[in-house]
Design a protein. Sequence first.
Length: 533
Amino acid sequence: MLRTATLLRRVWSNRNLPRIEYLSLNLETQLPQNTTIRIEPEWREDGEMQISQHLHSDEDVEVSFDVERVGSETTITSSSTSPSPTSTSPTSPSPTPTSPPLGFGNVHPDGDWPSTPYTSSSSSATTPTPPSSPPSNSTSSLDVTLKIPSKLNLAVSISSGDINVTSKLEGDDIHLSTSSGSIIVSKLRAHRVTLAAPSFVGVSSLVEAEDGRISGGRIRAKMLNGRSMHLLGTSCAPLSQVRPSLLTAFDADDGGAKIDVGSFYTSDTSPAFISTQLDRGGPFGCAVRVKNSHGGLNVDVTSQGYGAEEGVDMYGRKEAVVELGGISGSCNLNVSSGSSSDLSARVHFDSVFNSGWSSVSAESGDVELTVDRKVHSSVRMLSSRDPLAERHFSLLDGSDPLPPSSSSPANLGRIEVKTNAFEPKITFGEEEGGGIEYLEGDVFNDTAEPDSRFEVQVGNMKRGGGGGGKVDIEGASNSALDAFGQKKKDDHDDEDGDLHVITVGTGGGGKLSLETLEWMETIKRRFGMGGER
């Protein structure tokens, strides 16, 4: 028995385990009917697929599905036919046909996993571009339900209607698109994910992808995790023509922004990108809201002022065009256009990279910047009477020399520092700067809040004291979130070049404010229980 076990161990240790490849299913419809696609992934690997359809129509319409299998890929195309006007009496009502289930069909002919790898360059994986909008005289609607394995490459493209993925789906490529409707998914995990809808895109749990691209008239996601994530907010119809799904809260934490993300997880080398436009008179007052961001984040917003009437957010605070609630890493935010009376941005930093830059800029309007009391960084703030331009960025990044420092921070009219944990270094007012106010200095930890037990242990280790125990506290500290794998700083004696630099600029006479918050105050502000409303 011992020799048999040894032999089996040798055989299996030298044998390469086969790589399991994903099956592929492509569903393409260009029906004039309003189609609802409901995809129900099931925890199985039998390669079986069930399709059922239900047609609601006041006309005699026949809908058929053609199934084509090529290797490991299955493509389903649909078409509809209507009888000639003379075939049905206009005075007699037409029955509402209900199609029977199409039955079971193998996604793969033999029901096994394919032996050849899936390639996204295959011709059957490319879905045609559907029409821009369905015919206006169509009164039919079609409900299609697909029950598929939970591990599958999936591509769905419909011309009119909604797509709903009810549970977790995993694959190499997942692409969902509709030309007129919404997309709602639960949990998607794939190398490449594409979600495109002109109306609403909702993620109730998670989208995890190396390359994720999401576009919609409104986007709400609970969590996004990826190496490369791109979010695009497309143009919306006027408020009177907007579908109710755009204005209805998707979940309890939905802030109602045009692009609303609960948690963003990216890396410093591949930051996430968010781009959208806020139209005046549109349905949204806030263009982008990210509650928490870990890693790098780039946000670009073109604003024509508040879309809806200027008001307050879900927590009773003045609504900002862009709100980044908790940055852990770095961010680059740019708000173009807007109004000088807008609150263009509200940004809070929980922690920052130990070096590098973060930038917050608004062509006009006010900017509120808050940082956690433990953040140690260099802050440069600039407010101009004129709209923000390239010459102002040159002053912020150090490309152009600054005028001699002469003014006191207390004499600045549009830049306000609401903390004692700030050490000013360079300051000049409008007279010296020709309509520009500028303040530069360092934010440091100066609070009565006691250090946590973790921070006390780290301090003891640095001073050669005890408290290490069996855990490598210093090693854990170096790998903490605010370090991001970079070199750990000791206390606050670094040169300015080693500090993370946060630049904040606004034009049009906008106001800037800087404040440091303790952890309890951060929670209060986040939920509208502290500060001015």
